[in-house]
Design a protein around this ligand. Structure first.
Ligand code: BG6
Length: 483
């Protein structure tokens, strides 16, 4: 049972309602949070405690076993209307924080969750220090949401600002993909199976394909997205994080002290492409109108809050190389985009096809990791086709988590908040990772901004521009997953 006061900045926001309150409730149900916890919600709106409790109850209504359980949980929530730029408000926050520490006997342990516009992150942490809300008593941890900067320069500034108040071991930069069950499972697949451990390198792996496809469009986030684009929204963080887990060397143990340096090493070994390589190896696309599941969708430039002349990419694809002994010259292809054929997050690991004794061309062994919507693995292996003659055919060994396992599987945020409560930084992005990924992404963004790689268009409902398919052909391969 953890003793803690959690302060959420952005308590009236969408993330808080959709993810944070349900995750905290699940931690409450499993006894990790019990009597000794309180949550302070802050936002600009002038809500009362009763109103806030009702917001929390509504957010968890489908998870609560009884209404009493829901209201007992919600009674731990306190609201403070807060203008993040007004110093006086931090004094009130300090008083409330201290009172709750007494009432709930939390030993002054504190978690601060910044679930709001990133431009205020520095202001908030400055005031947390100057008003002594962060006072050195108990544990003090900061959770911050993406985006961590919009380029290397702003990321550095932000990091500098945060580090005035918190040191690196206290900062938990959320990448919600690192909380996903099947992303965490990559560690198990790689390091708990002799079958894979020894062939996980350039000698045996031909290429790796990472697909993070979404069928949704930009929804109501056009304002943010049009400034960001797919590369910054999905690749700088989620895709590069997953790539680092796929490419890392074996850590000495499964602890943050050993895992994180290995991941950092991968990100620092990413080959930074020159202008020519960027034009040849990266594709940017934008969706036009089209149909998905018999429904018509408008073009990106017709979406609300999007500049009608926008050149922002809603699709990004390309190939990364990791210059380590393990993976030098092995292509890591990726693609991600909005309004693609269907939601599908998966990784294909394509093994090499060595010369064989059967005199016919063999299909490669392929390990597929299904992240969502289904979770599991499959392995394509070659066997003998049933019959009198001898021919080889590929078969698929397929495992998916069943509905029960899926139902019980914790939300990414639940797992990540649990880790924060335990002070475990393994599944969070370290500053050196963020820095290395921005160095690479800035390079590509810079070239795209100069229009050196023409924007490709794709109809909603497709798997992106044809150039993304052509890219793999250049490397004598093709996208294994073609829905
Ligand atoms: C977020 C992006 O980080 O990840 C969104 O900002 C994207 O644009 C989302 O839709 C995808 O997450 P998930 O968990 O639905 O795959």
């Amino acid at each position: 049972m953890t003793k803690v006061v959690i302060t959420i900045f952005g308590a009236s926001g969408d993330l808080a309602k959709r993810k944070l309150y349900p995750s905290l409730f699940r931690l409450y149900k499993s006894g990790i949070l019990a009597e000794n916890f309180a949550v302070i919600g802050t936002a600009r709106r002038p809500w009362t405690k009763d109103f806030f409790e009702q917001v929390v109850i509504d957010a968890i209504s489908n998870l609560a076993t009884t209404p009493t359980q829901a209201s007992e949980f919600a009674s731990h929530f306190y609201y403070q209307s807060h203008d993040v730029q007004d110093v006086a408000h931090y004094a009130t926050l300090k008083t409330l924080q201290d009172e709750l520490a007494e009432t709930y006997k939390t030993e002054h342990n504190k978690v601060f969750f910044l679930a709001m516009a990133p431009e205020f992150f520095g202001t908030i942490t400055d005031h947390l220090k100057s008003e002594q809300i962060v006072d050195g008593q108990g544990f003090e941890r900061l959770i911050i949401e993406k985006p961590f900067g919009t380029d290397l320069e702003t990321a550095k500034q932000l990091n500098q600002a945060l580090s005035e108040t918190f040191d690196e071991s206290q900062i938990f930069r959320i990448d919600h993909y690192l909380g996903k069950e099947m992303i965490q499972n990559i560690f198990a697949v790689r390091f708990a199976n002799i079958l894979f451990e020894h062939v996980w390198n350039r000698e045996f792996i031909d290429n790796i394909q990472i697909t993070f496809a979404e069928s949704i469009g930009v929804e109501d986030r056009g304002g943010y997205y049009d400034q960001s684009g797919a590369l910054k929204d999905m690749v700088q963080n989620h895709i590069l994080q997953v790539l680092s887990i796929l490419a890392m060397d074996k850590p000495a143990s499964f602890s943050s002290e050993d895992v994180l340096p290995e991941k950092i090493k991968v990100l620092q070994s990413l080959r930074v492409p020159d202008e020519q390589a960027i034009t040849e190896n990266f594709v940017r696309g934008q969706y036009q109108s089209g149909r998905i599941n018999n429904q018509d969708f408008q073009a990106y430039t017709d979406e609300p809050s999007v500049n009608p002349l926008s050149k922002t990419e809603t699709f990004a694809s390309g190939v990364f190389f990791v210059d380590t002994e393990r993976f030098k010259d092995v292509p890591f292809f990726f693609r991600t985009g909005k309004r693609l054929t269907e939601k599908g997050t998966r990784i294909n690991i394509i093994f090499k096809n060595n010369a064989n004794i059967f005199g016919e061309s063999l299909k490669p062994n392929i390990l597929t990791i299904y992240i969502q919507p289904t979770e599991g693995f499959s392995l394509q292996v070659n066997g003998k086709e049933v019959g009198k003659t001898f021919s080889i055919e590929p078969v698929k060994l397929d495992f998916r988590h069943d509905a029960d396992a899926l139902g019980n599987s914790p939300e990414a945020y639940e797992k990540l908040i649990y880790d924060v409560l335990n002070g475990d930084v393994t599944n969070f992005s370290r500053w050196q990772e963020v820095k290395a990924s921005w160095e690479l992404i800035d390079k590509i963004v810079g070239s795209w901004q100069l229009d050196k790689t023409p924007l490709q268009y794709y109809p909603a409902g497709s798997m992106g521009p044809t150039k993304s398919f052509a890219l793999l052909e250049k490397y004598d391969t093709n996208w294994i997953w073609q829905p």
